[in-house]
Design a protein around this ligand. Structure first.
Ligand SMILES: Cc1cc2nc3c(=O)[nH]c(=O)nc-3n(C[C@H](O)[C@H](O)[C@H](O)COP(=O)(O)OP(=O)(O)OC[C@H]3O[C@@H](n4cnc5c(N)ncnc54)[C@H](O)[C@@H]3O)c2cc1C
Length: 362
């Protein structure tokens, strides 16, 4: 049965959900307050197609990443690229886990890696290194692909203010749909779990010659990772990338709007000092270009949970995004619940047929 589905949010989640529903014959309409696709977190992140190496402390996140990685490659084969030299390094003393424990956790999760016989020459104070096949997501190709796939279904430049529910419908700013998905990463409707909003700052650098991707794990550490332009890298730091912890999305937007050059300079000094502890020649290897701002929604808790959750309130689904690789989980959850609404219940006579096949031998 072809349903009409309205989606609020044109980030990775809204776009992927819309394309998936459209391919099943559903009519979709995607609303976003921006004039283009993926203008918030989906267009301003580290663009890593995760395999699970970041999440030594959360089993569910590792499994969702490991599976999501394969599915992303199958579904969107042209939207990511290989990162040639991709290293996860466990530093001495500052990591929350020792190298052997880290390695065991990854191996037990079925995630492929190669242990490097010795640390990369650019690294210092390292206990051990793994080499991985993680990839980078190609943002501009993704935007172009979804613009084409969803043309005719996009309602951009619309800041949605009202979502109401009727008997078997829900309405977005007065327009009726059979189902609605809130794909705003918790910014439009409150999520039914405890979350906070974290404005973030990543730094961009130009690599001076070919450089490896280096991620220091596990805990409050830093990483440098290429973008879709192999010469341009992002520097991210667990303690310094966050700009604050906000109870509401509005507070996070206000904090982000207040970022000025002086703050970027302070953050840059802190992030570079941190990464030089393990990459001493960082400033010779990378030239500073500028900053990138976004807002993250995070569950309250210390486990580093970045799994995806889907919640349902009658005709409205709300998605708590994990990472980009978890888009498939959201689609499946929503489709299975819609399907469940339309499976006819079995008549009483049919359910009792089992009894006919029960025998009691002489
Ligand atoms: C610094 C940083 C680094 C990250 N690094 C990675 C990484 O390397 N790999 C990875 O997989 N993930 C990473 N992530 C996480 C990833 O960015 C998110 O999981 C993903 O982008 C979430 O997508 P989304 O579609 O749910 O949200 P968003 O991309 O935020 O999209 C939500 C959309 O909703 C719209 N919206 C909100 N309210 C309204 C309204 N009232 N009316 C209309 N539109 C509205 C917004 O404009 C926005 O376009 C990172 C995130 C950050 C912030």
């Amino acid at each position: 049965m072809p349903f009409r589905i309205g989606i609020i949010g044109a980030g990775w989640y809204g776009c992927h959900l819309a394309a998936s529903f459209a391919s099943l014959g559903f009519e979709v309409k995607v609303f976003d307050r921006h004039d283009g696709l993926m203008r918030e977190a989906s267009g301003n992140n580290q663009f890593r197609l995760h395999l699970g190496f970041h999440y030594a402390r959360h089993h569910g996140t590792r499994l969702q990443s490991r599976d999501g990685f394969q599915r992303f490659l199958a579904r969107y084969p042209t939207l990511s690229a290989e990162v040639a030299d991709n290293i996860y390094a466990v530093p001495r003393q500052t990591s929350l886990l020792d190298f052997s424990t880290y390695k065991l956790v990854m191996a037990a999760s079925g995630i492929d890696f190669v242990e490097m016989p010795k640390a990369h020459p650019a690294l210092a104070n390292i206990e051990g290194c793994l080499q991985t096949r993680e990839r980078v997501i190609l943002l501009h190709r993704a935007r172009a692909m979804f613009e084409e796939a969803l043309s005719g279904s996009l309602a951009l430049g619309q800041d949605i203010t009202a979502l109401t529910q009727q008997d078997r419908h829900a309405s977005i700013d007065g327009e009726r749909f059979d189902y609605v998905v809130d794909a705003t990463w918790g910014q439009f409707r409150p999520l039914p779990i405890d979350v906070y909003f974290e404005p973030t700052l990543l730094l961009y650098y130009e690599a001076q010659g070919p450089q490896p991707a280096i991620t220091l794990v596990d805990g409050p550490l830093a990483s440098v990772y290429p973008t879709e332009d192999p010469a341009v890298f992002t520097l991210s730091s667990v303690p310094h990338t966050p700009l604050g912890r906000c109870a509401t999305a509005a507070q996070a937007h206000a904090l982000r709007a207040g970022v000025d050059r002086a703050l970027v300079a302070r953050k840059r000094a802190a992030m570079e000092a941190q990464i030089r502890h393990n990459i001493p020649a960082f400033s010779d290897m990378f030239r500073f270009l500028g900053a990138q701002l976004a807002i993250k929604t995070k569950p309250v808790g210390q486990y580093d949970d970045r799994s995806c959750y889907v919640f349902r309130d009658r005709r409205v689904f709300t998605v708590m995004s994990g990472k980009i690789d978890t888009i498939f989980f959201a689609t499946e959850q929503i489709l299975s619940m819609i399907e469940g609404d339309h499976v006819a219940p079995l008549a009483g006579a049919e359910t009792s047929r089992l009894r006919d096949s029960i025998i009691l031998p002489e």
